[in-house]
Design a protein around this ligand. Structure first.
Ligand code: NAD
Ligand code: USQ
Length: 385
């Protein structure tokens, strides 16, 4: 298949690119390297030394693989170039990772809020619009987030995969309706994913585009079969207060002996998935497109739920690192339960990679190897909302 990866230089996009290329697909990347620019703005860097995208792609070709093409363009702004690439490449599938994905970064200032909305919503809308013009039979696979649902605000009710049966009542009359699960975003970043959902719903209905939206939990780990843990294909490892995600942060903090930074009581429960399962889930979604005219296919891309203080307890138990309960910089529920359906991807064949000492050790080993690259002043989250 011809697979176009938007955001193919990023944390999820790069391993997905290699995963699909290694399986014989004809893969092209579009990226504007905005993520690397955000690192420069924040004065931090991936803990792992990641090669430039050009170097990554040269090294891939040098190993005897079919070349992976790269177009440098801004999906949110360079509309005509995007249409031209789609017309030329004629992808079977477009995987859309190309959004600003850090909640704290999105809440830094008015500028960051506006950038995140402009970038994410325009990127998604431009792709949809360009598909109608250039490749209406292609399948769009978008990475959404579990954060569109909020995290378990309906008591013990399991969060379904996108849609919910609702009973509406008005003036004493009732009606049944299947609708998108009501959204409850906790940051401007998460908000953009709820707006994406509405765009997808419209374009599936109006233009019969084939769209899959994968509501992904927090990704942990950094290594897949293709990236390895060092060398030119090594994946990025974010540890800073904006882009670092919680479990990788705890493992990296333990590796350098920094107290584990639990926000508030740590009673927040979140969904998780290992990066090895991310790439597999995206492949499964690509291989199983909905038909034209079908509603947007929504699947929850997660394999397990954990309470943050329990994760800190596991990492502390493994390493003896103390836990620091700090004032929560975020506006979020102090405690929540979370039950999530993930039957869609399990049904397609996903074999979940669960939290294990071995996989956590793998992350810590990488962090230890590159601990000299860590700027400890960037660890504690400093964006408050
Ligand atoms: P990332 O920031 O590492 O990668 C995103 C990539 O998209 C970067 O390479 C960036 O340069 C590129 N990009 C951003 N805006 C662009 C634009 N306008 N034009 C072209 N390229 C652009 O993020 P990630 O962790 O790989 O996440 C990928 C997607 O998965 C995001 O949409 C994110 O919301 C979603 N997701 C990530 C996680 C996670 O834990 N990392 C969890 C759930 C969902
Ligand atoms: N947290 C801590 N200590 C830390 C970092 C985070 O206690 O050092 C807490 C946060 O307060 C929050 C939870 O851990 O309650 C998760 O935070 P996070 O930064 O790991 O994840 P989040 O901001 O939700 O965002 C990440 C990705 C985002 C993706 C989302 C999936 O950056 O792209 O959409 O996970 S989900 O959380 O399921 O919505």
């Amino acid at each position: 298949m011809k697979v176009l990866i938007l955001g193919g230089d990023g944390f999820c996009g790069w391993p997905t690119t290699l995963h699909m290329a290694a399986r014989g697909h004809d893969v092209m990347i579009i990226d504007n390297l905005a993520r690397r620019a955000a690192d420069r703005e924040l004065g931090c860097d991936s803990l792992t030394p990641i090669a430039s995208l050009d170097h990554r792609l040269e090294a891939w070709k040098a190993e005897g693989h079919a070349p992976i093409a790269f177009e440098s363009l801004d999906v949110a702004r360079d509309y005509d170039s995007l249409v031209a690439v789609l017309r030329r490449f004629q992808p079977d599938a477009i995987v859309h990772f190309a959004e600003q994905r850090a909640a704290p970064f999105s809440m830094r200032s008015a500028r960051h809020k506006r950038y995140t909305v402009d970038n994410n919503v325009n990127a998604s809308h431009s792709v949809l619009c360009a598909m109608v013009e250039a490749c209406p039979d292609a399948h769009l696979v978008h990475l959404g987030t579990m954060g569109v649902y909020g995290y378990g605000r309906t008591g013990g009710l399991e969060i379904p995969e996108g849609y919910i049966d609702a009973t509406l009542s008005s003036a004493g009359e009732t009606a049944q309706l299947e609708m998108l699960y009501p959204t409850d975003a906790g940051s401007i970043y998460h908000m953009t994913k709820t707006l994406d959902q509405l765009l997808f719903q419209f374009y599936a209905k109006n233009d019969a585009l084939k769209i899959t939206d994968l509501h992904q939990g927090i990704v942990w780990g950094t290594v897949t079969a293709e990236t390895g843990s060092e060398g030119p294909f090594v994946n990025r490892f974010d540890y800073d207060g904006d882009y670092g995600t919680v479990l990788n942060r705890f493992l990296m903090q333990a590796a350098i002996g920094h107290p584990l930074t639990v926000h508030g009581t740590g009673g927040q429960t979140r969904a998780f998935i290992h990066i090895r399962d991310t790439v597999r889930c995206v492949e499964l979604a690509i291989l199983n497109p909905p038909a034209r005219g079908e509603r947007v296919r929504i699947m929850n891309q997660m394999t397990e739920s954990h309470r943050i203080r329990d994760l800190a307890g596991i990492v502390s138990g493994m390493t003896g690192t103390p836990i620091h309960f700090m004032d929560n910089p975020r506006k979020e529920k102090a405690e929540n339960d979370l039950r999530v359906s993930n039957s869609g991807l399990l049904h397609l064949g996903l074999k979940p990679t669960k939290l294990s000492d071995g996989l956590m050790q793998e992350v810590m080993d990488i962090a230890i190897r590159h601990s000299n690259r860590c700027d400890t002043s960037k660890i504690v989250a400093n964006v408050k909302w």
